[in-house]
Design a protein around this ligand. Structure first.
Ligand code: ADP
Ligand code: MG
Ligand code: ZN
Length: 479
């Protein structure tokens, strides 16, 4: 490797407030074009914005989750630019006094842990959307998204590969999801990133000229765009050419990026303090209150799962990939009284079923408590693990309570040892040849006889009990 890549990200995430940032229009994805807007969010002259308190609080919570300091005094600024999806011809954003600053997250890399610094998180309004496909010569504007509250998380140029960027975005996404401030639906554009990439020759310190790719809305695409850009810049430098500082558009379908325009500088935006909105100030008590309101975050949960419950790291990570799944696990674990068995059963059996039938954890068709009860019965040998799996399958089909399914199918383990004893004796007398072989020392036939007994008991025999009785009956025959 001749060059060292440097990557900085600007991650935009829409906040899940009920209403928009400066008006009471609803925040929800989709809808008939231009049905979720009003004079304020379509930028009519004479209207006045009112800052949404919840949006400010969510920004603080995001900042706390991402280990930022909260500015006790911050303000909104006008960023002037003309674009058809921005009807006011300026965006209300934050310039020099963002709500959050100086944070970061630790990610895992092949060379160990690495702290990626976050420079700032500011609050701003989202723009509308342009639809280019309906007519040849025209584009259409949909202003439903105008004024949706958006936070922008700006990292320092601390990332060095597509893989690190992917790790980082995934971790930020989880933090925002668990904080409850954003639904982070990348396919709906509620989480998207601008990706800045530069390379510099090994042995030099000064960062190279960067290019920026805007609005990439999948983690995979972010990684692909970075790899492509590193390669493109490498070729240019190898040919002795210079990198132009510019904005490029990543086309994920084609797997390439094209130059869009030369890079604008902050002074091009003619920022000035937004005169229609008063500055925001917090006391340290306000901030502490919001810190307390923050739900338990994934890294805390991870520690609890691995340290307190003894779940292995891979399984703990799997359970944490979604808030619903993690909550489902916790409710199951509490009801079953055995978090480790619950984790195992969910990771292997439940996740397999979710994957096979493309169900998301939110759509599991029964309450976690029911699964907790099933696991408890399995744990106390009231049903075999094999039958527990069958009960689970049926719960997915019918949402019935496990007890009802067990009664219906006769899965309850036979606790009456005399019934097991009779069955074992019967099997032994029907399989003289196998018994003789066992007595000659062929231990393998024990498994065969075990299988015969289980089958005769229709899977309801407690394997431990069958095994014990079978051994003792065979021992009797030995003497
Ligand atoms: P803007 O894009 O608005 O000019 P900044 O200059 O603050 O804003 O930088 C935006 C992003 O670009 C940040 O994430 C920063 O880490 C990253 N960045 C800055 N310089 C470089 C560089 N030489 N190579 C890669 N990323 C960079
Ligand atoms: Mg930028
Ligand atoms: Zn509105």
């Amino acid at each position: 490797m001749k060059y060292i890549p440097t990557i900085g990200l600007e991650i935009h995430s829409e906040l899940s407030t009920k209403s928009k940032i400066f008006c009471d229009c609803p925040v929800s994805f989709g809808g008939e074009p231009n049905t979720r807007c009003c004079p304020v969010c379509t930028g009519m002259p004479g209207t006045l914005p009112v800052l949404n308190k919840q949006a400010v609080e969510y920004t603080v919570m995001a900042g706390l989750a991402l280990n930022c300091k909260i500015n006790e005094f911050s303000k909104m600024d006008r960023k002037n630019y003309f674009y058809p999806d921005l009807p006011k011809a300026y965006q209300i954003s934050q310039f020099d006094l963002p709500i959050c600053k100086d944070g970061g997250l630790t990610i895992n890399t092949p060379d160990g842990e690495k702290f990626i610094r976050i420079e700032r998180i500011h609050l701003e309004e989202d723009a509308g959307k342009l639809l280019h496909d309906s007519y040849d010569r025209y584009s259409l504007a949909d202003y439903n998204r105008c004024g949706v509250p958006l936070i922008e998380i700006v990292t320092k140029p601390d990332l060095s590969s597509a893989e690190e960027a992917r790790e980082f975005v995934e971790k930020v996404r989880l933090m925002l999801l668990y904080s409850g401030v954003s639904d982070c639906r990348m396919e709906e554009g509620s989480l998207r990133a601008d990706v800045n990439v530069s390379i510099r020759p090994v042995g030099t310190d000064e960062l190279g000229t960067r290019t920026e790719m805007k609005n990439i809305n999948s983690i995979k695409a972010i990684a692909r765009a970075i790899d492509y850009e590193i390669e493109r810049q490498t070729e240019l430098l190898d040919e002795g050419k210079k990198i132009t500082q510019e904005t490029r558009r990543w086309d994920d379908g084609k797997g390439e990026s094209k130059s869009l325009r030369s890079k604008e500088n902050a002074h091009d935006y003619r920022y000035f303090p937004e005169p229609d909105i008063v500055p925001v100030s917090f006391t340290s008590e306000d901030i502490e209150k919001l810190r307390k309101a923050l739900p338990e975050l994934p890294d805390k949960r991870f520690e609890r799962y691995t340290k307190d419950y003894g779940i292995n790291e891979a399984d703990a990570n799997l359970l944490l990939t979604s808030v619903s799944l993690s909550d489902f696990f916790e409710a199951t674990a509490a009801e079953s009284g055995n978090p480790k068995t619950a984790a195992n059963f969910i990771v292997v059996e439940v996740l397999r079923r979710l994957n096979d039938s493309c169900i998301t954890p939110e759509d599991i068709p029964f309450d976690a408590k029911l699964l907790g009860r099933l696991i408890k019965m399995m744990d106390s040998d009231e049903i075999t693990s094999n039958n527990a799996k069958k009960v689970l399958a049926e719960m997915f089909e019918t949402s019935k309570e496990p007890e009802a399914i067990i009664a219906e199918k006769g899965y309850k383990v036979i606790n009456d040892t005399s019934e097991v004893e009779n069955t074992v004796k019967e099997i032994l007398s029907n399989n003289e040849k196998a018994v003789a072989e066992y007595l000659e020392g062929k231990e393998k036939t024990f498994g065969f006889l075990m299988g015969q007994c289980s089958r005769a008991l229709a899977g309801r025999g407690n394997p431990k009990v069958i095994q014990e009785i079978l051994r003792s009956e065979l021992n009797k025959l030995k003497s």
